[in-house]
Design a protein around this ligand. Structure first.
Ligand SMILES: Nc1ncnc2c1ncn2[C@@H]1O[C@H](COP(=O)(O)OP(=O)(O)O)[C@@H](O)[C@H]1O
Ligand SMILES: [Mg+2]
Length: 564
């Protein structure tokens, strides 16, 4: 919680709080409590208020003397008169009222200043104003234009506005920002705040918890798997495909938080398993390694002592021995089921290409899972394998009856949750800053975490908790250096030459990722490449234009290449 003293001494004269109603109420109660006996406060319900109502309300609330109260009531009657006079002016009404209002507003502000100076010399005054979102727009402008500047001269007076809404209201045009201070539970928190973001390593929900603010947005995928696990007749081998760093490993690691206790999940990362060594019988070798991994995990995670078969036995008839081994496990875990999660299944293709693994591995593997009623499996792989279906029949066959979930970037809600939730009450992003993070990251999990990680560090460094679009632009510059490996992979490895040609064309024909490019300007021969970039989430189409979905890619290409 903020300290009222700090607020009074260091913040601008008008402080804007915005957020959820519940939180605002809590903050307001805390301010009221802190104001205690030595600081006075007024709460004004702004239902029907205008500028003058507010001023006169404050005057009365702060215990204005007879003279001030009289002045205040004059303001009100003047307003009523003005309304009356402007009636019948037809279309002119609003502009007439505006001019009149502004002349009068300035005058009222000066009178108000006199009053405030008189009142708050001895004691600081805090005015709380609730439901600011319901106040008339022109009022906000008058406040900004006339009241805020004069209040900067008054030391002991603060006007605190409460605005219910999840995003910052946009009063940009009148530079309201200069006088406001969005949610002021500030720096003090930031100082001891540990950067919560993880960019690169898989995100794991820590011990025993069921959720984490830095693991978001995977409900559709989780529902997909849970639904299928619950159907008794569904195939016991499922798939999950998605590009590198989209969040496959993170999801597999956290599966145990979401599925019922009837399953014992075991993660087998093919990236961590050594390649099969004996080239003449890679299948036996690999299956043996799986057996070893599974036995280890059961011991470590579930304290189940399972004897793994001896090497010599494995060599004689690996499939049969492995099958016995699995049966052994299933009989030990009673009516629970083993959920085997195979991560980085692409490795199988690498081993096949290198001649370390024979092609019969795939059907043998599948059969082992399918033939055991106590076992369910999920294999995770990138789109590279799905693309290979065209040219390699063994992948076509293997993947043909696997029901797979396609993991993609976050929807906007999940992205905003990841940007705001972990830093709630510590860092505040302006509306423009939020938009900029969405645009640079393309709502891609890794890029959001990377940019936010940099932004939290930046907040620390500059001791500022309100971060703006400018801060995000600077963070993006750093992100393309820290995220070099991923960006390089996405552009150089994952893109075909024609796709790179399209990317360069768009980058070097525009000023920034915010600008669109008319698709008909591209050569017809590139239309396939455009479609593929769109389907992979790199470009976005809004007919007849294309845009970058992930602004960082644009920025990185702009930095590292020249036009042609
Ligand atoms: N559900 C998620 N919520 C928040 N961030 C995520 C999530 N999934 C992935 N990330 C981010 O993406 C990065 C890569 O995730 P990872 O699971 O390793 O992807 P993959 O296995 O697909 O390569 C993580 O370091 C993290 O920054
Ligand atoms: Mg992974």
């Amino acid at each position: 919680m903020f300290k009222l003293k700090e607020l009074i001494n260091y913040s601008p004269p008008i402080i804007l709080f915005y957020g959820e109603k519940k939180k605002l109420d809590r903050d307001m109660r805390s301010i009221v409590k802190q104001t205690g006996s030595h600081i006075r406060y007024v709460t004004i319900d702004t239902d029907t208020s205008c500028y003058y109502h507010l001023l006169s309300g404050i005057v009365a609330g702060l215990g204005g003397d007879a003279e001030s109260v009289q002045v205040a009531s004059q303001w009100q009657s003047a307003v009523l008169q003005a309304d009356h006079r402007s009636a019948g002016y037809g279309k002119e009404t609003s502009s007439y009222r505006r001019i009149w209002n502004e002349t009068f507003a300035k005058e009222a502000a000066l009178i108000f200043l006199q009053f405030i100076k008189k009142t708050s010399v001895k004691q600081p005054a805090v005015v709380l104003l609730d439901r600011f979102e319901e106040i008339d727009y022109s009022f906000q402008r008058l406040l900004e234009k006339y009241l805020a500047p004069i209040l900067s001269d008054v030391k002991n007076f603060k006007l605190i506005l409460f605005y219910e809404g999840n995003s910052k209201p946009s009063w940009k045009t009148y530079d309201f920002d200069r006088y406001t201070h969005p949610i002021s539970r500030v720096n003090r928190n930031l100082k001891n705040f540990v950067n919560p973001y993880i960019a690169g390593r898989p995100v794991r929900i820590k011990g025993g918890k069921k959720s984490s603010p830095i693991f978001v947005g995977r409900k559709p995928a989780i529902d997909f798997f849970i639904e299928r696990l619950m159907q008794s007749d569904s195939p016991p081998l499922m798939g999950m495909r998605g590009e590198r760093r989209i969040g496959k490993t993170s999801l597999l690691m956290n599966m145990e938080c979401y599925i019922s206790d009837d399953y014992l999940p075991i993660l087998i990362d093919l990236q961590m398993i050594e390649s099969p060594e004996r080239t003449e019988n890679g299948v036996a070798d690999l299956i043996e390694k799986f057996g070893f991994e599974i036995a280890q995990r059961l011991r470590y995670h579930y304290h189940l002592e399972i004897q793994e078969p001896k090497k010599e036995e494995f060599r004689k008839n690996p499939a049969q021995v492995f099958s016995h081994f699995l049966n052994d496990i299933v009989s030990q875990i009673g009516d629970k089921k083993l959920l085997l999660l195979f991560d980085e299944f692409d490795r199988v293709e690498d081993w096949v290409i290198k001649g370390l693994l024979q092609l019969d591995f795939l059907p043998i593997f599948k059969k082992l899972i399918l033939n055991n009623r106590g076992i369910v499996g999920i294999v995770s792989y990138t789109n590279r394998l799905t693309d290979l279906r065209e040219e390699k029949s063994y992948w076509r066959e293997f993947l043909s009856d696997i029901d797979a979930f396609h993991l993609t970037t976050f929807d906007e809600d999940a992205a905003l949750e990841l940007i705001q939730q972990p830093v709630d009450g510590v860092i505040d992003y302006s509306e423009e800053a939020l938009d900029a993070i969405l645009a640079y990251s393309g709502q891609h999990p890794y890029f959001i975490q990377l940019i936010c990680w940099i932004l939290v560090n930046r907040g620390h460094r500059i001791s500022r908790s309100n971060l703006t679009e400018k801060d995000v632009a600077l963070a993006a510059q750093e992100a393309i250096i820290r995220g070099e490996a991923q960006l390089n992979f996405m552009y150089e490895t994952a893109c075909k030459p024609k796709e790179r040609e399209v990317i360069k064309k768009v980058v070097f024909s525009t000023e920034s990722h915010k600008e669109s490019y008319p698709v008909e300007r591209l050569d017809k021969s590139l239309s396939g490449a455009v479609e593929s970039l769109i389907s992979r989430g790199i470009l976005r189409k809004e007919h007849p234009n294309i845009f970058f979905r992930i602004g960082l890619i644009d920025l990185w290409v702009r930095k590292n290449f020249t036009a042609f």
